[in-house]
Ligand binder design. Structure first.
Ligand SMILES: [Ca+2]
Ligand SMILES: [Ca+2]
Ligand SMILES: [Ca+2]
Length: 250
């Protein structure tokens, strides 16, 4: 399909893979279930959603909603969301299998005051064996998980992660043999970890790092050995005071 310059609203809901969809100048609703697709909303305030992996969603001009849900059981979703100009809203959902790492949604807000509603859950853990037996994380540890990533988070943009209680104590560890430890938060807490994002599903803990990883426990209470956690990398964000955690009004 070629670029779309019509002014007619399109409503598209399809199962597809390896396809391209282009919205026109009006508002469009495009919702695709499948992998390796391109969805470009064009101008207007569009609603664009994908369920699957390796999809690219482009909002373009307008105040768009871009949503990505993972449906995979064994791999990270690796969807790319690009909001473009306008005050865009991003939604992520999904859960990954145990011990999987990678990127859930790679998000670029673009121009405007964007907001982020993130509910991607994964097995967030330390994968360096020397963490075994320690009480908490420290510089030099490597956190692994399926991270959402915001490449251009700007100070004050609203981050809705389902919890609002900042943990000020160091995160605890639940040790699992062989050689890894799960990050442990109380239900309803989030924590900020400074470090350096490795470009995929690894984050190196360093108190003078260039990036911040937000880890959050938005699950209903579970009394298992360990819980999955949400996680989002804020690339290039090192000032905790610039991070605005709250709730997007519905
Ligand atoms: Ca459009
Ligand atoms: Ca936009
Ligand atoms: Ca934007």
């Amino acid at each position: 399909m070629a670029k779309n310059t019509t002014n007619k609203t399109q409503l598209i809901v399809e199962m597809a893979s390896n396809q391209e969809y282009f919205g026109g100048n009006s508002w469009d609703w495009i919702s695709i279930f499948g992998n390796h697709n391109l969805i470009d909303g064009g101008n207007g305030n569009d609603w664009l959603g994908v369920v699957g992996s390796d999809n690219t969603v482009v909002g373009g001009n307008g105040d768009d909603v871009l949503a990505a849900a993972s449906m995979q059981e064994y791999s990270a979703a690796e969807n790319t969301l690009d909001g473009g100009r306008g005050n865009d809203t991003f939604d992520t959902f999904g859960a990954s299998a145990s011990a999987v790492s990678g990127v859930g949604a790679l998000i670029t807000g673009g121009l405007g005051m964007d907001q982020f509603h993130l509910r991607q859950n994964s097995d967030v853990m330390l994968n360096n064996e020397d963490s075994y037996g320690r009480e908490s994380i420290q510089d030099g540890d490597t956190i692994q998980g399926v991270f959402d990533v915001i490449t251009d988070y700007a100070a004050g943009e609203l981050l809705d992660i389902g919890v609002t209680q900042l943990r000020t104590d160091p995160m605890g560890l639940t040790h699992m043999w062989p050689g890894h430890s799960h990050l442990t938060l109380n239900d309803g807490e989030y924590a900020l970890v400074r470090g350096n994002w490795g470009g995929s599903g690894e984050f190196d803990v360093a108190s003078d790092g260039a990036d911040t990883l937000v880890v959050f426990d938005f699950d209903p209470p579970q009394e298992n050995f360990f819980e999955y956690n949400g996680s989002v990398v804020l690339v290039g964000v090192s000032d905790a005071a610039s991070i605005n955690v709250g709730s997007i009004p519905v």
